[in-house]
Design a protein around this ligand. Structure first.
Ligand code: MTE
Ligand code: MOS
Length: 740
C-alpha cells in the first residue's frame, strides 16, 4: 500500500456535519466577549454625540466634564494625533466632528473615566453649541442636489432601439426598499491598551482585524505593526462589524494614547443604532424591453439609487455589487445601468449581508414577475427562457466558464414547494388566502475585481511534536462556522484526525494581511490558503515516511525528531478579475453562487398579517463542506431576509432614528421562525477548496421577492416597496394603495 492510500483510508471529513468547536463555550456562557475583558487600571469610555442632523459647531466646552469625579480625559478632534479621519475606501469619515456635524449621533467628544457611569455623566456634561443648518434628509433631495458620493455606469448601444421596437413589451416601475439594522446580539465595542514595546493592542468585536489595525495605526500616526488587532469572540457581524468597528476602536485608541491606560468602549444599543452602519435604503427605476413573441429579454434601463448617509465609508463597494447584479441572473443583451450613491445627512450606511444585492434582487425579481404576467407566461417559465447557463455572458460582460448551477437549484426548489400544484390555482376568496412565489439570484463570490489585494488569503499552520496542530488565519469566526469548516479542510488535506486541529482567534500579528471576513469569501479563499499550506506539509510528511504507513501521531513525532519542518504559511492571490469603470464591464468575480427561493404564505385579510407556511432556501454552493452548518446559514440568512421583507421598519424623522432599540425595531423572534427548508446543489468550482464557493450571504438575497410574489398570488396586490408590514398589507387590501 502506498503512503497516500494508507492515509486516505481513514479520512472523509469534508462533507461531514462535524460539531463546531466553539459551540460549548457559547452555549454555556463561558465565551469571553470584549465587554467581559478587564485589565488593571482600565478606564471606561463614553462619547458625546451630535443631537442635530446638520449643524455648525460654534463651541465645545469640556471644562465642566473634565472636573467631574473619576474623569481622566475629555478629548475633542484637537486631541487626535493625526488627520482625524478613519481610512476605509477613502479617508472621508471624521473620527470626531470638527466645526460641523453631518448626522445625528456623530461623535464630538470622548471621555475616559474610572466607571462607565462616571464616563457617561461626563459625556453628557460636555457643552456643544450649535448653529442648525438645513439638512438633506431623503434620497430624492440628495439626488436633486447631485450629492453623489460614488457612481457606476453601464451604457451600451442599442438600448433605445429596443425600447422603440413595437415587437417589444415595455414595462417600467419604481421600487423602494428601506433600512435594515444588523441587530447582532453583541453591540460594537473595543478595548485598547498599550503593549510593552511602545505599541498598542486593540481587542475588538469585528470581522476585519486588518481594518482595525490600519484604522488605529492611522489615527495614532504609528506604524501598522505597532498595532496588534485581536479579535474577541464576536456575537454576530452580518456586515455590521466590517467597517463600523474601526470607529469605536479608534475612539478607545485615542483615549488610550492620552492616558496610557487600557480603555474600553462598549456602545449601548441605542448608540449602536444611531451611529453604526445599516443596510442602504434604495430607490430604483427599472424599465425593460421584452420580445412579446419569445418572452426573451432584449434590453433594460435602470436608475439605481442608494442612500449612503453622510459619508462614503464602504458605499462604493456595496453599490458596485448592486450595480453588477442589478438585472438578475439573466441573459440581457443590452443594458443601461446608472448607479448613484446619494449623500444625505443621516448615519453612514455600510456592509450588510448581501452587500447591496437584496435591494436590487427585490427590484429585478418583482419586475420580471410583472413582465411575465403581462406576457401571460408563468413567471418560472419566463425565468427558464432567460436564465444564465455555462457558456453565457452576464450583463456586464463576464463569460461564465464553469460552476453555474442555477437550473439545477431551481429544479430542486420547484419540486420542494410543489410549484405545479400552485401555479394555476385561482385566487382564494376567504379571510385567509394562500399563494406561492419563487425568486432567483446569483452572487459574485468574494470581493472580485474591486477588492484588489484585499481579496488575498493567508494562514499559518504549525504542527507540534505530539501531532496537535494550530492554525491561525486573518479572517474571523463570527458565528458563520469558519473555524469548523477550515478545520475540516485542514484535517482532510493533512489526513489527520479532526480533533488534532486547533484554532487561535484572528489577530494581525500572526499572519500576513489576509483580507477582511466579508463577501462570503472565507471558505473559498482562506480555505484555499489552508489547502495549500496543509498540502505542502502533507507532502513533506509523505516524503519522510516513504513506503511506511505510520499513524498520524507517530509520523509527526518521527518527523520532529528528524528535524522535518512542521510549519507552513499559506498564501493565495484570488483568481484574477478585472473591471473597467469606463465601460462598466469586465470579468468582475472569480465565480458565482446560484440561488432559488420559494415562499408559501397565508395572508390574513382581516389583519394584513403575512404568515409564512413554508420557505425553501435553495443554494448551489460548489461543495457542501459541512451540511449542518450550511443548513444553519440557509435558515439564518432566510430568516434575516424574512425580517427585511415583513417586519423591519426603521422610522427616521429629521435624520433621527425613532425606533433605535430592539423593543421598537421589530425583528423576527424564535416564535416567528417558519418551516425553512434548505436545499443544496453542487457544481464544483475548480479553484475552490474541494470545489467550494462562498455562501454565507446568499440565503438573505432572494427572500423578499419570493415572499412578495407569494403575497401577490394570495391577494392580488403587488408590492413595489419594502417592508410589507401588516399595516401596509391591510391598507393595500382595503384602500387599493400598495405603496405604503
Ligand atoms: N452567520 C452568522 N452566524 N453570523 C454572522 O455574522 N455574517 C454573514 C454570513 N453569515 C454572519 C453569518 C456575512 S455578512 C458574511 S459576509 C458571511 O457570513 C461571512 O462568512 P464566510 O465568508 O465564512 O461565508
Ligand atoms: Mo458580509 S455584508 O460581506 O460582511
Amino acid at each position: 500500500m502506498s503512503s497516500s492510500e494508507c492515509a486516505i483510508r481513514q479520512f472523509d471529513i469534508v462533507g461531514d456535519s462535524v460539531l463546531r468547536p466553539d459551540a460549548p463555550s457559547k452555549l454555556t456562557g463561558q465565551a469571553r466577549y470584549v465587554n467581559d475583558l478587564s485589565f488593571p487600571g482600565m478606564l471606561h469610555a463614553a462619547v458625546t454625540r451630535s443631537t442635530m442632523a446638520k449643524a455648525k459647531i460654534k463651541r465645545i466646552d469640556t471644562s465642566r466634564a473634565k472636573a467631574m469625579p473619576g474623569v481622566h480625559a475629555v478629548l475633542t478632534w484637537e486631541d487626535v494625533p493625526s488627520d482625524n479621519c478613519i481610512p476605509l475606501v477613502s479617508c472621508d469619515l471624521p473620527l470626531l466632528a470638527k466645526d460641523q456635524v453631518d448626522y445625528y449621533g456623530e461623535g464630538i467628544a470622548l471621555v475616559a473615566a474610572e466607571t462607565v457611569e462616571q464616563a457617561q455623566a461626563a459625556a453628557r456634561a460636555v457643552v456643544v453649541e450649535y448653529e442648525e443648518l438645513s439638512p438633506v434628509l431623503t434620497i430624492e433631495e440628495g439626488f436633486a442636489q447631485e450629492w453623489f458620493l460614488t457612481q457606476f455606469h453601464l451604457d451600451e448601444d442599442g438600448v433605445d432601439e429596443e425600447f422603440a421596437n413595437p415587437d417589444n413589451l415595455i414595462t417600467e416601475d419604481t421600487y423602494i426598499t428601506g433600512y435594515q439594522e444588523h441587530a447582532y446580539l453583541e453591540t460594537n465595542g473595543a478595548l485598547v491598551m498599550p503593549d510593552n514595546y511602545g505599541g498598542y493592542i486593540a481587542f475588538s468585536s469585528m470581522q476585519c482585524p486588518f481594518y482595525v489595525q490600519k484604522g488605529v495605526a492611522h489615527i495614532l500616526s504609528v506604524d501598522y505593526q505597532k498595532v496588534r488587532a485581536v479579535q474577541t469572540v464576536t456575537g454576530g457581524g452580518f456586515g455590521g462589524k466590517e467597517d463600523a468597528p474601526s470607529t469605536p476602536a479608534c475612539m478607545a485608541a485615542v483615549l488610550c494614547y492620552h492616558t496610557q491606560r487600557p480603555v474600553k468602549l462598549i456602545l449601548s444599543r441605542e448608540e449602536d443604532f444611531d451611529s453604526m452602519s445599516k443596510r442602504h435604503p434604495s430607490k430604483v427605476v427599472f424599465k425593460s424591453a421584452v420580445d412579446r413573441k419569445t418572452g426573451l429579454i432584449k434590453a433594460v434601463d435602470v436608475l439605481h439609487l442608494i442612500n449612503c448617509g453622510a459619508y462614503l465609508t464602504l458605499s462604493s463597494i456595496v453599490m458596485w455589487r448592486g450595480f453588477l447584479h442589478a438585472v438578475g441572473p439573466y441573459k440581457v443583451p443590452c443594458a443601461r445601468v446608472h448607479s448613484y450613491g446619494v449623500g444625505t445627512n443621516t448615519v453612514p450606511n455600510g456592509a450588510f449581508r448581501g452587500f447591496g444585492q437584496p435591494q436590487v434582487c427585490f427590484v429585478d425579481e418583482t419586475h420580471w414577475n410583472q413582465v411575465a404576467e403581462k406576457l401571460r407566461i408563468d413567471p418560472l417559465e419566463f425565468r427558464r427562457r432567460n436564465m444564465l447557463h455555462v457558456g453565457d455572458t452576464t450583463v456586464n460582460g463576464q463569460y461564465l466558464e464553469e460552476s453555474v448551477g442555477l437550473e439545477q437549484i431551481l429544479d430542486k426548489v420547484e419540486a420542494e414547494i410543489e410549484y405545479d400544484k400552485w401555479k394555476d390555482r385561482p385566487q382564494d376568496t376567504g379571510r385567509y388566502r394562500q399563494g406561492v412565489g419563487i425568486s432567483l439570484a446569483y452572487y459574485g463570490v468574494s470581493l472580485g475585481a474591486n477588492g484588489g489585494a484585499l481579496n488575498n488569503g493567508s494562514c499559518n499552520v504549525v504542527i507540534a511534536a505530539d501531532g496537535s496542530v494550530v492554525i491561525g488565519v486573518g479572517t474571523v469566526e463570527m458565528g458563520q462556522g469558519m473555524i469548523t469548516v477550515l478545520s475540516q479542510i485542514a484535517a482532510e488535506t493533512l489526513k489527520c484526525p479532526l480533533d488534532r486541529i486547533n484554532f487561535i482567534s484572528a489577530e494581525t500579528g500572526m499572519v500576513p494581511e489576509g483580507g477582511p471576513t466579508v463577501a462570503s469569501r472565507t471558505t473559498m479563499i482562506t480555505g484555499r490558503a489552508v489547502v495549500e499550506a496543509c498540502a505542502n506539509l502533507r507532502r513533506r510528511l509523505d516524503e519522510f515516511q516513504g513506503e511506511r504507513c505510520l499513524e498520524w501521531n507517530e509520523l509527526v513525532r518521527a518527523c520532529w525528531v528528524a528535524g522535518v519542518q512542521l510549519s507552513e504559511a499559506g498564501w493565495v492571490v484570488a483568481p484574477k478579475c478585472h473591471f473597467d469603470a469606463k465601460t462598466g464591464k469586465g470579468s468582475s468575480y472569480p465565480v458565482y453562487t446560484w440561488c432559488a427561493n420559494a415562499a408559501k404564505v397565508t395572508v390574513d385579510t382581516y389583519t394584513g398579517e403575512v404568515h409564512l407556511d413554508k420557505f425553501v432556501s435553495g443554494n448551489e454552493v460548489g461543495k457542501v463542506i459541512n451540511p449542518s452548518l450550511c443548513e444553519g446559514q440557509a435558515q439564518g440568512g432566510a430568516l434575516q431576509g424574512i425580517g427585511y421583507t415583513l417586519y423591519e421598519d426603521m422610522q427616521i424623522r429629521n435624520g433621527r432614528i425613532l425606533n433605535n432599540n430592539l423593543s421598537t425595531y421589530i425583528i423576527p423572534t424564535a416564535m416567528d421562525v417558519p418551516d425553512i427548508v434548505p436545499v443544496f446543489a453542487e457544481e464544483p468550482y475548480s479553484w475552490g477548496p474541494y470545489g467550494a464557493k462562498g455562501f454565507g450571504e446568499t440565503p438573505m438575497v432572494p427572500a423578499a421577492p419570493a415572499i412578495s410574489q407569494a403575497v401577490y398570488k394570495a391577494i392580488g396586490v403587488r408590492f413595489t416597496e419594502l417592508p410589507l408590514t401588516p399595516e401596509k398589507v391591510w391598507k393595500a387590501l382595503h384602500t387599493g394603495e400598495n405603496h405604503g
